[in-house]
Design a protein around this ligand. Structure first.
Ligand SMILES: Cc1cc2nc3c(=O)[nH]c(=O)nc-3n(C[C@H](O)[C@H](O)[C@H](O)COP(=O)(O)O)c2cc1C
Ligand SMILES: C=C(O[C@@H]1CC(C(=O)O)=C[C@@H](OP(=O)(O)O)[C@H]1O)C(=O)O
Length: 388
């Protein structure tokens, strides 16, 4: 299963083409829009999110509420395009006007300078339009299809905020449904209501200072069979694929499963998850310190993966940069911007992780149509329950 996205941030539309979804997956635009609306929200976002109304149009691959097995095309209109037609339209513009509007002062931390050098663009807008995290709306659209497929198989995915700047959510023992519920009720998508106000406060403070902040997002996947992914080849390890997907989200700088980096200072006896057996449950682990993976395969325990997001690069009090035309030092360009997008990014991470898990399932089991996939997964779950 694979997908591609296309579209510029202020262009006409974003498009996602998904290939390999089983036939007969029930789906409605409303279900997809629920994910997109969640991504649009979140405390700390800029004015753009008030302009857009991310509602998906299903352009192919779905008929009478079910997938056909053929490629699914999802389209999202950029409502802001009407304000940018002159700048983003395909018609050539008066060269003088074009020169006046060029973006020439690359923002440290964004893709502006490297992208300009690589593609030889004298107007850095040609870079920032596609490097913008607007593209994550198209990825959430794909991930929302994946989430629907997983839910049909009894697998649930939740994304929520663990930390914003120096404010951390407590380590709470919650079911996945409680995590989903709490994050949905929170303006910052956190599962810890006691930290809600402090998180909002640090975002307000950063905004007021013309600065930006990042944080930590966590995703849990529950209801998994063991043995998704494979140890036999490096590029079939599912934890590796999830790590790559998380790192591909704009501004994400690190990823860890379970205890992650703290495994450097724990002993083996405090790190590995002891194996137990129950006649009804089958094999299970007494703990889940490794976040649901051994050997690039799921253990059957929930996947618990964290990603760290750096502060947003565009600063209203900009850092030093160089004008690429004059080579003179200048303050970097200011594009309208978010001051913190960690709450929105938690929705993005939830969906990119969902995609990787769904793709692993579809690749591993016969999946031309949903009933075939469900039957194959049920047989597999039963076999591994009594394995040995
Ligand atoms: C949901 C989301 C919203 C973002 N909003 C902005 C923004 O408003 N301004 C900005 O400069 N960067 C924003 N970013 C981050 C940039 O897109 C990102 O830093 C840039 O593409 C460079 O990529 P890199 O940080 O992965 O190296 C956002 C990222 C995400 C995930
Ligand atoms: C448009 C989205 O996020 C954008 C991501 C982004 C960036 O540089 O990554 C910059 C901002 O774009 P604009 O300058 O148009 O306001 C954000 O609003 C979105 O998430 O849908």
């Amino acid at each position: 299963m694979r997908y591609l996205t296309a579209g510029e941030s202020h262009g006409k539309q974003l498009t996602t083409i998904i290939e390999g979804l089983p036939a007969q997956l029930p789906i409605s635009a409303d279900e997809l829009n629920d994910s997109l609306i969640r991504r649009q929200g979140g405390y700390g976002r800029g004015r753009r999110m008030k302009i857009e109304k991310d509602l998906v149009s299903i352009m192919s691959g779905v008929r009478h509420g079910y997938t056909l097995g053929s490629p699914v095309t999802l389209a999202l209109t950029n409502d802001d395009f009407k304000n940018w037609q002159d700048i983003m339209g395909e018609e050539p513009v008066d060269p003088e006007k074009h020169i006046r509007r060029q973006v020439t002062k690359p923002r440290p931390g964004h893709a502006d300078l490297n992208g300009g050098m690589k593609y030889n663009h004298d107007d850095l807008r040609n870079v920032l339009e596609r490097s913008s995290a607007r593209e994550t709306a198209a990825r959430v659209a794909a991930g929302s299809m994946a989430k629907k497929l997983l839910s049909e198989l009894g697998i649930t995915v939740a994304g929520y905020v663990r930390q914003i700047y120096d404010v951390q959510a407590a380590d709470l023992e919650l079911t996945i449904d409680e995590k989903i519920e709490r994050a949905r009720q929170s303006e910052v998508n956190t599962i810890d209501p006691n930290q809600e106000e402090s998180m909002k406060h640090v975002i307000d403070q950063a905004k007021q200072d013309g600065d930006s902040i990042g944080g930590v997002v966590e995703v849990t996947v529950d209801g998994l069979p063991p043995g998704l992914g494979s140890y036999v080849q490096y590029d079939r390890k599912l934890d590796g694929k999830i790590a790559a997907a998380v790192m591909s989200i704009n501004a994400f700088k690190g990823v860890e499963f379970g205890i992650g980096f703290s495994a450097a200072s724990t002993r083996g006896s405090e790190t590995h998850d002891e194996i137990a057996y129950d006649e009804h449950k089958g094999y299970y682990r007494k703990t889940n310190r490794l976040g649901g993976f051994e050997g690039g395969m799921t253990t059957g325990m929930p996947i618990v993966v964290k990603g760290v997001m750096k502060p947003i690069p565009t600063l209203y009090k900009p850092l030093e940069s160089i004008d690429i035309h004059s080579k003179e030092p200048f303050k970097a360009s200011i594009e309208r911007s978010d001051s913190c997008a960690v709450p929105a990014a938690s929705v993005v991470m939830e969906h990119v992780v969902a995609w990787e898990v769904a793709a692993a399932i579809v690749d591993q089991f016969p999946s031309d149509y949903m009933e075939q996939l469900k039957a194959a997964l049920t047989d597999y779950r039963e076999r591994v329950r009594t394995f040995g």
